[in-house]
Ligand binder design. Structure first.
Ligand code: NAD
Ligand code: GLY
Length: 377
């Protein structure tokens, strides 16, 4: 599948040591080789493209063709899809391929796929020969606006998600919105949760754009790529990527500000863990987590009910869930204590204080949490 490239929009992640571009444009997958060359990576460099079977069927040969045109010596490794494959064993398969294909310090790994592929290929690149370059080519909405940007890489441990990992920034993130035409609608909706997140935590204009688009067609809402359409999709991608780039540039290693990206994730992770991974997609759990955080913020007098209702309306327009599942309250509180974001035994919540403003709080008491969750119905 080839398409004529439309205008390419570039956003820079302005890190002092290793800045890099996020290139967004319809048809840009056909420019993958050229864009990598533009980052100073020479023709003849060995490139290992890591992908999964579904993404390979749709876009593997297109990526390889573009890399060939760029003069790269490219080969493909297809790993299994799915969160349950996000393990050290799968990363070892990528390392084995790197060894067999003689990847050197100057070689490159290209991650072509969703967040699962991106996190694993990124981690393999971070660890092979103590770190080789990686280019992220996200093909899910969630990976385009979140996972591919910012350098968090890793795999799951039986004790929890993403417990094994490394920061390893990509040399380039290349986003081709055309790849979303094949993405299942449920996955598209899950990605919309992260787009809504950026609106609530720091971009009121983005939030207003979402409200306006949802109002334009109350039936279709924001619940599919077709409903969102091309121009709005381009805007959502650009504003979300820019929001993430700003936060990562200000706080690469999550010393402070970057934690605001975890809005909706504290209770979202509880939903994922207690309902069993896979019952809810990550973005679906984040949607429930955002509604829950909003309810806590209202209960603590930090946020108005009117704005919580506006958040709920946009989440509903995106076809995302917002009811708290039937979970034992004691297990919820216990699970919260196991969260990566706990500091000195205190659970940290990102709570909205206005549309486009959040605060990080570690003083939410157990009864406020339980009462707020009961409100979710
Ligand atoms: P995913 O990678 O599992 O992809 C979802 C599904 O979509 C898969 O079945 C995949 O095969 C399919 N798919 C991907 N692109 C497609 C396309 N264009 N057409 C058709 N099918 C396609 O899920 P995801 O939501 O992209 O990523 C979730 C993962 O990302 C989780 O492991 C999460 O921990 C991680 N994550 C990482 C970060 C980070 O900062 N590193 C941030 C958020 C999430
Ligand atoms: N997805 C959260 C982060 O990148 O920090």
């Amino acid at each position: 599948m080839t398409a004529t490239p439309t205008a390419i929009h570039t956003i820079r992640v302005e890190l002092s040591a290793n800045p890099y571009p996020i290139v967004i444009g319809e048809g840009s997958l056909d420019q993958l080789g050229e864009q990598i060359r533009a980052q100073g990576i020479k023709a003849g460099t060995k490139v290992l493209v890591v992908t999964n079977p579904v993404v390979n069927d749709h876009y593997g040969s297109q990526a390889l063709a573009s890399l060939g045109q760029g003069g790269f010596e490219a080969s493909l490794l297809v790993i299994e899809a799915g969160e349950d494959q996000k393990t050290p064993a799968t990363v070892a398969r990528i390392h084995d391929a790197a060894f067999e294909r003689r990847l050197e310090r100057g070689s490159l790994i290209v991650a072509l796929g969703g967040g699962v592929v991106g996190d694993m290929a990124g981690f393999a690149a971070a660890t092979w020969l103590r770190g080789i370059a990686v280019v992220q080519v996200p093909t899910t909405l969630l990976a385009m606006v979140d996972a591919a940007i910012g350098g968090k890489t890793g795999v799951n441990h039986p004790g929890g998600k993403n417990l094994i990992g490394a920061f390893h920034q990509p040399r380039l993130v290349l986003i081709d919105p055309n790849t979303l035409t094949t993405l299942p609608e449920r996955e598209f909706r899950a990605g919309m949760a992260e787009v809504i997140k950026y609106g609530v935590i720091g971009d009121p204009r983005l939030f207003a754009d979402l409200e306006t688009a949802a109002a334009r067609d109350p039936v279709a809402g924001l619940a599919s790529r077709a409903a969102v359409g091309g121009p709005l999709l381009q805007t959502l991608l650009q504003r979300s990527a820019a929001a993430k780039a700003r936060v990562v540039a200000a706080d690469e290693r999550e010393g402070g500000l970057r934690a605001i990206l975890n809005y909706g994730h504290t209770l979202g992770h509880v939903v994922e863990a207690l309902c069993g991974y896979g019952t809810y997609l990550h973005g679906e759990a984040v949607a429930i987590g955002m509604v829950a955080a909003g309810e806590i913020a209202v209960a603590m007098g930090l946020w108005s009910q009117v704005e919580q209702d506006r958040q709920r309306a946009v989440i509903a327009a995106a076809g995302l869930p917002q009811s708290w599942p039937a979970l034992d309250p004691g297990s919820v509180l216990e699970c919260l204590q196991g969260d990566k974001k706990v500091r000195d035994g205190r659970v940290r919540f990102v709570l909205p204080t206005g549309l486009g403003r959040v605060e990080i709080r570690d003083d939410v008491d157990a009864s406020t949490i339980s009462t707020a969750l009961a409100q979710l119905g």
